[in-house]
Design a protein around this ligand. Structure first.
Ligand code: BTN
Length: 276
């Protein structure tokens, strides 16, 4: 198990940038950065990650894994499992995972993960950056159909309960979650995420691959049984996703047999903007 050291900030460019700086200063494994605001949050593939002060949870963890290169990307899958479990512990919401790094609720993205690897004096370090939409009630127009938050999902459930049971019966439904969401500096979700990560990461490190987590991951995987389009660095692959294998690759059934995808972008038909 990793011993954590939490480092709290008010405002930073990106928690992954702070992690890089701390790695250069030889911080120990288990250093966790979290902040109330990111002014230059980063997503995958050079995209920006939009944060609103106090609304989005932004946190990064420093690891020094001694794994073969091909297993490093599995850490993103371990993180996605952890966030999904933590959101369920925190709010009872049932989320799914879109391979490799999105956590999804009601077919919209609630969390993104950016795992980066750097080398300092020959030592390999991995930064696991997690962003969760927690209190956001509104999103920029271009994200409205694609993004959601814990607050919006819990409020929608409460509204549905009121519709079904009538005004008198909804008093306590989800009230404790909404109360927690209203509190400033409530770090419960942060601790839940990293506690769950410690448990899943331990299973991953002990087996050296995803063997102990494949079944659980595939149960949560939104891609399974759906038409997907994978754009890996070389080609575009269309097919039906079957699930991940022990290497954390996404296995796709195509008209010409099975293909394993280890990196690249995967879109799921009917989710976000892929509707073809
Ligand atoms: C994505 O979905 O493209 C990944 C988004 C990752 C966002 C998190 S927020 C904490 C950490 N710091 C960053 O700058 N990015 C990650």
């Amino acid at each position: 198990m990793i011993d954590y050291i939490y480092k709290e900030y008010d405002s930073v460019t990106s928690t992954n940038d702070v992690a890089k700086q701390l790695i250069n200063e030889y911080c120990p494994e288990g250093t966790i950065i979290y902040t109330r605001e990111q002014t230059d949050g980063r997503g995958r593939r050079g995209r920006m990650w939009q944060d609103k002060k106090g609304e989005t949870l932004a946190t990064s963890l420093v690891l020094y894994p001694t794994l073969p290169q091909e297993y490093i990307s599995c850490i993103t899958l371990v993180a996605a499992l952890s966030v999904r479990a933590a959101i369920k512990n925190f709010s009872s919401l049932e989320c799914k995972i879109k391979w490799p790094n999105d956590v999804i609720c009601s077919d919209k993205k609630i969390c993104g993960i950016l795992t980066e690897r750097i080398f300092v004096e020959g030592k390999s370090a991995v930064i696991v950056g997690i962003g969760v939409n927690v209190k956001n009630q509104e999103f920029p127009e271009e994200l409205e159909d694609k993004a959601t938050s814990i607050f919006n999902e819990v409020a929608a459930e409460k509204e549905e309960m009121r519709r079904v049971l009538g005004d008198d019966n909804d008093e306590n439904y989800n009230s404790d979650v909404i109360r927690k969401l209203m509190e400033e500096d409530n770090n419960e979700l942060l601790y839940l995420i990293w506690d769950r990560f410690n448990e899943y990461y331990d299973i991953f490190i002990k087996s050296g691959n995803m063997a102990g987590l494949v079944e659980e991951y595939n149960k949560c995987l939104i891609n399974v049984g759906r038409v997907v389009k994978a754009t890996d660095p070389i080609e575009e692959i269309n097919g039906v996703a079957l699930g991940i294998n022990e290497m954390g690759e996404l296995v796709i059934s195509t008209g010409h047999g099975k293909k394993n995808i280890s990196s690249g972008e995967v879109t799921v038909r009917g989710l976000y903007s892929y509707t073809k």
